[in-house]
Design a protein around this ligand. Structure first.
Ligand SMILES: [Zn+2]
Ligand SMILES: [Zn+2]
Length: 364
């Protein structure tokens, strides 16, 4: 059997469509036909060569939904239900060891020292070679947990849950919202959209979204944003005044930085009430240094700054559940679908923020 893949050979250049042999499966591995592959903002950074983890050549793509074609041995989904060939599945994008200090003692598998993710850490040269979702087929590791999807699940929508949704859910698990809270979200991309929906679903009374891309910002109103602040129309002082006016002069309970911007992280601290929390979910790679006076911005205000690094299966399941519960609100999230041959165009569209969420359909 042959597989087709979009391969990143050189940073910044168009991906090349290559034909590769499908390898024989080792014990526990599963072969899936990729039905939908999400094009993530972090893929754009990898394509440009900004992510130091990227081994070349590589099949990008860490967000996927696929159909099981073959399994070496018996496999069950996370609920223990046996999976037969033909089943539609979503998988946890990170593979963790299960027995290191973070996996086994602290139960924080997203911090596993041996964690690797499909489409990020393993080059095309590393067996089983089909290591990323920008391809017709993917080989899943024996340790990869599988979530069986239902016939009415939209595979293209659920790929967004597997990364942006899961990372946003991890952020809210570490910095929970109380009913009645005010949450500020920086960045109306998929991570900010899921953060907005999670804040709304958690009972936040106000969800204030700050961004600069009109269509994405407008979309946030559909998933629970109560106030939209366009940074091209309001400067930082005006945004702070707006947040203070909405919170009796106190500031926000939680600020979610989902844009990957240092200036947003700095501004977020200014928007917090005393005792509030700043959740940093948007930084996926080194971005430079944050300079601030810690006494005035953090210590005197008793503020908590929470880093959020990737996610684990718990958060993926939360995001899948959230997506199913709000499938009508999220119907517009995947604003463009592309064949595999247009993977480069999809990366460009995501990089230029021309789309809300772009998804490849490698077998359409
Ligand atoms: Zn992603
Ligand atoms: Zn581990």
């Amino acid at each position: 059997m042959q597989a087709k893949a979009a391969v990143l050979q050189r940073f910044g250049e168009p991906l090349t469509i290559e034909t590769l042999p499908v390898p024989a499966l080792l014990a526990g591995q599963a072969l899936v036909q990729v039905v939908a592959a999400g094009v993530c903002g972090s893929d754009v950074h990898m394509w440009a060569g900004r992510d130091p983890r990227t081994p070349l050549p590589i099949i990008l793509g860490h967000e996927g939904v696929g159909r099981l074609l073959d399994v070496s041995g018996a496999r069950c989904d996370v609920y223990g239900r046996p999976l037969a060939p033909g089943a539609l599945v979503l998988w946890e994008r990170g593979v963790t060891c299960g027995h290191c200090y973070y996996c086994a003692v602290k139960h924080q598998p997203s911090l596993c020292s041996r964690r690797w993710a499909y489409g990020i850490h393993r080059s095309l040269h590393e067996p089983p070679h089909l290591n990323g979702c920008y391809a017709s087929h993917l080989v899943l590791d024996a340790r990869t947990p599988l979530i069986a999807l239902e016939p009415d699940d939209d595979p293209a929508l659920l790929v967004a849950a597997s990364c942006s949704g899961a990372t946003a859910a991890h952020g809210f698990a570490l910095s929970p919202v109380q009913v009645g809270d005010t949450v500020v979200v920086f960045g109306p991309g998929p991570l900010g959209i899921y953060s907005t929906l999670l804040a709304h679903a958690s009972g936040a009374e106000q969800v204030i979204v700050i961004g600069g891309t009109g269509a994405r910002l407008d979309y946030c109103a559909q998933v629970g944003a109560t106030t939209l602040l366009n940074r091209h129309e309001l400067n930082a002082d005006q945004r702070r005044e707006a947040v203070l006016a909405l919170t009796h002069g106190l500031g926000a309970d939680l600020v979610v930085e989902a844009s990957g911007s240092l200036s947003a992280a700095r501004e977020g601290l200014e928007l917090l009430r005393h005792g509030g929390a700043l959740s940093l979910v948007g930084f996926g790679e080194p971005v430079g240094e944050l300079s601030l006076p810690p006494f005035e911005t953090i210590v005197r205000k008793n503020v908590r700054v929470q880093g959020v690094w990737v996610s684990d299966l718990t958060h993926t399941l939360h995001a899948v559940s959230l997506t199913r519960q709000h499938r009508h609100l999220l119907a517009g999230l995947v604003s463009r679908r592309y064949p595999l041959e247009q993977a480069t165009e999809a990366l460009q569209a995501v990089g230029e923020r021309d789309v809300i969420k772009a998804v490849l359909l490698p077998n359409s």
